[in-house]
Design a protein around this ligand. Structure first.
Ligand code: FAD
Length: 224
């Protein structure tokens, strides 16, 4: 008799645990369903080029300009994770197709548009395309692209090292705003445990060697 009671209690306990597990599983699935449902869908397609209209061009220096492109609706988001870039397609001075990577200086929190800051080189192939672009023209863009996938809390601190237009992925982090908003948590002179490098090949090569000499092993350095 006592054995039967014990057995039935065990069955009840098992059924209870099974129900609890199913409830937790269903709750988690529903939570992820809701958070994905509420997340706006990005406008980029990794397989196909999509065209975006240039709505404003601002000259920043003799060879650098900021290009602002409209997204399909005022509430659309680009859908480019931090640290990733996209391929832009244009025509060089010979009319040949050219595709080069660029990193917007805007984030997905900037809805309805994205911006590129482009340095135009005198004989650069894609530079020619950007130099010729006028407000109202369309730019073909494909993405997201890139190996760097940032997860919140991934590392305790980042170091960022930029040369020339390598500054653009660093801009995504809105350094000044972060330093202002979180003076106790963010400082550009933080102790480093991972370095992001982006710049011309000679700079990257030289910096990799300097950083290694300073004790930053290759696996602590990431080249965009
Ligand atoms: C991840 C990533 C993100 C990037 N993001 C940005 C960004 O946000 N903004 C940005 O401006 N750049 C960015 N770049 C750089 C960008 O991809 C291009 O490399 C840059 O725009 C130059 O491309 P181009 O076709 O105009 O120049 P290229 O045709 O590749 O020319 C490169 C250099 O060679 C010189 N050159 C070319 N042909 C000749 C010739 N016949 N004789 C002499 N010299 C010549 C050019 O003047 C130029 O100085 C990024 C690069 C990467 C890897």
């Amino acid at each position: 008799m006592r054995m039967e009671v014990l057995q039935s209690q065990r069955v009840e306990l098992m059924v209870g645990i099974a129900f609890a597990l199913v409830a937790v599983g269903a709750g988690t699935a529903y939570y992820f369903y809701l958070s994905n449902k509420n997340k706006p869908k990005g406008c980029l397609d990794p397989e196909n080029f999509k065209k975006f209209k240039l709505v404003k061009r601002t000259q920043l220096s003799h060879n650098v300009a900021k290009f602002r492109f409209d997204l399909p609706t005022p509430t659309s988001v680009l859908g480019l994770p931090i640290g990733q870039h996209m391929s832009c397609r244009g025509k060089d001075s010979q009319g040949e197709d050219v595709i080069k990577p660029y990193t917007p200086t805007t984030l997905d929190s900037d809805v309805g548009y994205f911006e590129l800051v482009i340095k135009m080189y005198p004989q650069g192939r894609m530079s020619h395309h950007f130099r010729e672009m006028r407000e109202g023209d369309y730019l073909a863009v494909k993405g997201p692209k890139g190996r760097f996938k940032y997860q919140p809390g991934q590392v305790r601190a980042f170091g960022m090292l930029a040369g020339g237009t390598g500054i653009t992925p660093m801009f995504q982090e809105e350094l000044a705003n972060l330093a202002c908003s979180f003076p106790n948590r963010f400082n550009v002179y933080y102790v480093l445990n991972q370095i992001l490098r982006c710049g011309p090949p000679p700079m990257n090569k030289a910096m990799a060697a300097h950083l290694e000499a300073l004790g930053y092993a290759p696996q602590m350095q990431f080249q965009f």
